[in-house]
Design a protein around this ligand. Structure first.
Ligand code: CDP
Length: 212
């Protein structure tokens, strides 16, 4: 039976790391759907187009190819902010639905992480986890991650980014960031990565057995 794990949560909550580790544990393919929005924004910026050009954003979203992603560029700080601008456009979100559902419908199942996986993309997912943490903790983690990737990381500016992006992602009318009614919330504020993974794994194992 297909085993789909939907992981959602705010910026830098650790959902990507948990999704990758759950995918490795269960031998499932993983899609970081944030990369789709980041790559859409990146395509506009590369062509010197405005981020609010809906027509160009939809065309960019439609022509994305998962294999061409330059992840180090897409994960840069400014690209997260740009992604959240194009992600607020309903037409851009609509253009990316089939690709995501196609990925989720592989026979063995899949792990997808994002903002609307449990609510919109995979409402019938076997397991839904909403990963969250205090904004200060998330900003600290993101600063460390960026510093490791060689990007200058000012904690105060990153905290401001995280807050602004959470507000935009939660307030938009198209697929706002919110837990699905049947999601299990995992607050990782006081957990290190091993503890967070153990908790996520317990939720996933329980969901797999009971079908939630
Ligand atoms: O890694 P981080 O949580 O900072 O960001 P991300 O998951 O790569 O997502 C970047 C931006 O894309 C988010 O702030 C959202 O605006 C948007 N996004 C979305 O709207 N829906 C998704 N399923 C995934 C990302």
């Amino acid at each position: 039976m297909s085993f789909v794990i939907a992981i959602d949560g705010p910026a830098a909550s650790g959902k990507g790391t948990l999704a990758r580790r759950l995918a490795a544990h269960f031998g499932l393919p993983h899609l970081d759907t944030g990369l789709l929005y980041r790559a859409t924004a990146c395509a506009l910026l590369d062509e010197g187009l405005r981020l609010d050009d809906v027509e160009a954003a939809v065309a960019a979203a439609r022509s994305l190819s998962l294999v061409d992603f330059d992840e180090s560029r897409l994960r840069a700080r400014d690209m997260g902010e740009a992604a959240s601008v194009v992600a607020a456009m309903p037409a851009v979100r609509a253009a990316l639905i089939d690709m995501q559902r196609g990925f989720a419908s592989r026979p063995e199942g899949a792990v997808l992480d994002g903002r609307d996986i449990g609510t919109v993309i995979c409402p019938d997912a076997t397991v839904k986890i909403f990963v969250t943490a205090a904004p200060e903790t998330r900003a600290q983690r993101r600063a460390l991650e960026l510093a490791r990737a060689g990007e200058a990381a000012d904690y105060a500016a990153i905290l401001e980014d995280v807050r602004k992006r959470d507000a935009r992602d939660s307030a938009r009318s198209a697929a706002p960031l919110k837990p699905a009614a049947d999601a299990v919330t995992l607050d990782t504020t006081d957990l290190d990565i091993e503890e967070a993974f153990a908790a996520a794994l317990a939720i996933a194992e329980k969901g797999r057995v009971t079908g939630r």
